[in-house]
Design a protein around this ligand. Structure first.
Ligand SMILES: [Mg+2]
Length: 215
């Protein structure tokens, strides 16, 4: 069984402090680029960018001409991971699937970030290093909500002809996997449960792993 995971807010829960940490990393990044605005103004711009574009750095691209690709790794170096905590029992739930599931990860974060978070959560034993993928692995940083391209590239990289399940906290990122024949699972969904392209809804990654253990 081939299972593809998103990372942030999927394998762990992004609480308010963590949500803030992403925005403050953007503030720090803007200051490194010499943008002379107050912290509060930069924070608000990061928040607006997140709400409008699902990317807190988008205002750096649109208002300051700073290339998204150029800041991808540095931004992730500036994020404070102190607030990332593991779901209690997640390791046991992964252990229960040993030998039954091949896990891979595909994140909009940087490759550096994917490794840093998996190390932080002690989840590396469940993901072969070749199976830890991020959009900066691919030319042009193709996004998961922009069509099947990034998924096709990921499958080629993984040596998979298809994937059985895609697990995400973003409903938009599941449109392409559904088109490609994967079973789609939305986690941390805030009650959103009536979407045509979503097959299953769960609250946490542990619930997903328990569900997969019965497949
Ligand atoms: Mg996510």
């Amino acid at each position: 069984m081939n299972v593809l995971w998103d990372l942030d807010h999927t394998l762990y829960h992004t609480n308010e402090k963590m949500f803030d940490a992403f925005k403050w990393a953007t503030v720090s990044l803007a200051k490194e680029y010499g943008i002379k605005l107050s912290d509060d103004v930069l924070y608000q711009k990061a928040l607006n960018s997140w709400n409008e574009h699902a990317c807190s750095r988008q205002f750096l691209v649109l208002e300051h001409g700073i290339k998204f690709e150029e800041t991808h790794e540095r931004y992730h170096q500036l994020i404070d991971t102190a607030e990332i905590s593991i779901y209690k029992g997640l390791h046991d739930a992964f252990d229960a699937l040993e030998g039954k599931v091949e896990h891979a990860l595909l994140t909009h974060g940087s490759h550096y970030w994917a490794h840093r978070v998996l190390d932080h959560l002690d989840l590396k034993p469940y993901f072969k290093s070749s199976h830890i993928l991020s959009i900066d692995c691919f030319d042009g940083h193709p996004r998961k909500d922009a069509g099947t391209k990034v998924y096709e590239e990921a499958l080629a990289h993984l040596g998979w002809s298809s994937f059985d399940y895609m697990i995400e906290d973003s409903a938009d990122n599941l449109i392409a996997p559904k088109k490609m024949g994967a079973t789609t699972i939305l986690v941390n969904h805030n009650g959103e449960q009536n979407l045509e392209h979503i097959d299953y809804y769960f609250d946490t990654a542990i619930e997903v792993l328990n569900f997969l253990s019965n497949k």
